[in-house]
Design a protein around this ligand. Sequence first.
Ligand code: ADP
Length: 628
Amino acid sequence: MATRKLKFKTELNQLMDIIVHSLYSHKEIFLRELISNACDAIDKIRFESLTDASLAGDDVAYSIRIVPDSEKGTLTISDNGIGMTEETVIRELGTIARSGTKAFIENVKQQEGKLSPDLIGQFGVGFYSAFMVADKVTVVSRAAGSEGSVCWESTGQGAFTIKDAERGGRGTDVILHMREDAKTYLEGWEISSLVKRFSDFVEHPIVLVTQEEKDGETSTKEETVNSQKAIWLRSKSDVSDDEYASFYKHLTHDYADPLHTIHYSAEGTLEFKAILYIPENRPMDYYMVEPKPQLHLYVNRVFITDACEHLLPMYLRFVKGVVDSSDLPLNVSREMLQDNPLLRKIQTNLVTRILGALDELKTKDYEKYCKFFAAFGSTLKEGVTRDLANREKVADLALFQSTRTEPSKFLSLGDYVDQMSEGQDTIYYLSGDNADMLRHSPYLEAFRERGQDVLLMDEPVDPFFADALGTYKGKTLKAVDKGELEEEEENEAISEETQTAYEGMLGKLSEALEEVKSVRLSRRLTESAACLVAEEGEMNAQMERLMAQFGGPNGAPATPRILELNPEHDAVKALLALYDEDSASEDVTEFGRLFLDQAIIAEGSRIKDPAAFSRRVNMLIARMQPGS
Ligand code: ADP
């Protein structure tokens, strides 16, 4: 085959540019990334050969070899892993960009090209980190079961070439033509210190191959530089924070340290070891890729898969890590992993551990817990709707803003209950898109007057959370924009006299405003004139908006709501006066409609006819007389 020249996908060009220019002070991570890829490739062939031994053949002494050559100025990282076909090379190293790349680039642009470690932490840099240290990279690879080999080469500038190559056996060589300022990575001591620091626990031997001069003779020296001790098999007291962090980065390609680490060994009827990590940041593609829990599964130290979906429930999908079980058979197939009773038992155990660890974190290091919750709280809350057995525990872990918390500070349901006034047996909440907007909502007026706190639920999952939970510690959760407000004090009742005075006008408006179920007087308003409420058990505005989002183009049918008017408000009183003067006046309906529009805006929805709204407001302004 002649040499073919192919262009990188645009996003990859931009990505490489960012990596090379922003990470120059962390160049050394290239080695970890390439070792990690080599290790994955070995894990893959070992797993495939469990079911088809011919794939691996005789070459089962798996290893990763690092060969510096100071004369040529190259550093070669070789593995006898699964290798790549021409098609794979083209696809994986140039033409497809990983999901999240676009979002990542956008994000960097917004920060004017400055890449904070936090940001890169949300996006693994992988293979392309090679261009931080090399001005040219050559990859020679031969896929398992294939006769031919392929050579990929690029200077990282917009394009790469593909041609045939010769490689003795299965596997991949990544040859880095080192930049002048990266020649230090050709030194044996530098390489072994980096391997020890970043990749010590890699289960396959990482062999450093150097040339030794002795008595004028040159000989090749091979030395395994990693201890190969699977970190999860060691006892907790033997593993340093640094080692946990390195292992985490190896697993996830995250750049940042994990926020929290859980390491334990289950003994008794169920035996397994686990290291679980809670990342500090939400990965860049968290909302873009199909959400799935993904733990690495090993059986007796043999890698089975890096994406086992069956070890964690969906709502804990942010947890990363490994599970090593000695109870599963080694030749477990991917199909066997589906619906496996043993995995289900392991899952139950992991869930208990994770929820327990989060609870402990919340008690012992609340600040760190809040950081966790800001990143993954909305995912965790799904547990209330999905995991009946752990519903209470998940509810204990949930945090919310409330009318009493300062902006971006939180409180738990437990805190809310502890601070409830005597005799209060309801947990009040208001749901909407944004807590800051909710703080100004008219629905809160009566509660402010009473000195009662209201939870401000501003995430899409929240109304579902509240519905599924129903009660917490014996207290009912109630949306403040639904149903009647219970009277807590004598003076909250509307006098019979007021009711009678308004009866006619309310009747007229109920009839004229056909989009509402009825119009009634409100006890929940003190400052505003009007608000819309849903009947108990029906959908409120936020739920309706969410259902419309999830329910496709037609959405859910809108349920008519009840318009409540504040009888103490001057504007409402003025409308009554107008009605009493001429009950047939068109203006009564027009202004009644204006109250309805205000209420729609206040609940965060959109009014149907903004032009008519403006017309009515202008009509009012036009009536203003100077000095009146
Ligand atoms: P990631 O490893 O996070 O998927 P990379 O950019 O590092 O991203 O690598 C892209 C892909 O290239 C890998 O998913 C893998 O399919 C392939 N690849 C990279 N290095 C090797 C290797 N040494 N052996 C086999 N395949 C490899």
